[in-house]
Design a protein around this ligand. Structure first.
Ligand SMILES: [Zn+2]
Length: 113
């Protein structure tokens, strides 16, 4: 499952950060979720609870921040913002869009103690 492997990589980041900054508990995890990432927020929430059980992030609150997608249009040369991966260019209607932002999930920041 896609969401599960994403949550596992989030956990890896948490452990790396904990080692670097010497904290023992994560209270809140803020994730930046690109609008084009094809990730279901409820699934992320569910998987995160499962993988964080018994870890330093057990019971941590998950905040998802939606980030709009951006793409570059090969037809009109504009950088446009899009909501869905296969949307046409809002300026010229072309489908020759190269997604430049919004298809990722990353850890924005953490609240720790
Ligand atoms: Zn265009």
């Amino acid at each position: 499952m896609h969401e599960l492997s994403l949550c596992e990589s989030v956990m890896r980041i948490l452990y790396q950060e904990a080692e670097k900054h010497r904290f023992h508990r994560v209270k809140t995890v803020r994730l930046q979720l690109g609008a084009l990432s094809c990730v279901a927020p409820e699934a992320i929430d569910f998987c995160f609870k499962a993988v964080s059980k018994g870890t330093l992030a057990d019971g941590a609150r998950l905040e998802l921040l939606r980030e709009p997608g951006a793409a570059w249009c090969a037809s009109c040369g504009e950088t446009v913002s899009i909501k869905e991966r296969y949307d046409p260019c809002p300026t010229c209607g072309s489908y020759e869009l190269h997604v430049s932002r919004g298809d990722e999930l990353r850890v924005k920041d953490l609240e720790v103690e």
